[in-house]
Design a binder for this molecule. Sequence first.
Ligand code: ZN
Length: 279
Amino acid sequence: MEFFSISSNLRKFAFLSWPQASDAALQKGSTLVWPFGACEQHGPQLPLITDTYFSENILREVFDQLPDDFPIWILPSQSIGFSPEHLGFSGTLSLSGELMMKIVTEIGTQLSKMGFQRLVLFNAHGGQIGLLQAIARELRSQCPSMAVLPCFLWSGIESLNELLPDHEVEQGLHAALAETSLMLSLKADLVGTKRPFDGNFNTSKGDKSSVPDGWSLEGAAPCAWLSSDLTQTGVIGDSRGANSELGDQLRKVLVSHWSKLFINLMNSEWPPIGLKKIK
Ligand SMILES: [Zn+2]
């Protein structure tokens, strides 16, 4: 499906008139979801817009699952993100961390002043998870009446372990099996024919240029890698087995996971009113 369905169209913040936006903001539990992606290299087989395409299209399918009376709308996407790790590859555009902080806190402050009560930063680019978490904390402290929830498309999906081999769950960090398969499911005509297996996975063989023992690319003791440290093709992981059936399955679990989380959020009273301090 290429076009937003009618129900997703009705959920687009930018399709509201100003009186509708004003009424929307004042509804109890009014919530905005801001899709975050990137414009960055995704190997020779995937388009620069991959992450933005994922956040917009998975959200569209998630929104089609939500009850019509939920006061929730989708903001215009932030399709250029924080991608310094990929600037060594042509096509990558990146905003600085400072500029991202300014954009998100300025827009977030305006939304809070309108009266919106929750802002979800729905992000599909792994390289800006930490940054968006820090920005969300900063924005929440500046606008305490508005909840700010930074989340990452691929995080917390338990059944990923059943669908992907262990090495891809742990080390398929970029443009590998999962992303190539998901794009084959969503928009196969944007996927090229190359299927690289690339990236530095040699963490334990004593190669001095590899990740030091006990340290890792991501996780507990990460290395803040640049893609040029690890890959010649831009792929970090194994894209060779990518196929649209796996993409369909990934899409299904992503939509079902995020539908559940959005329903839980909309049925909650979050954010709480501040607790009374006890001396
Ligand atoms: Zn990506």
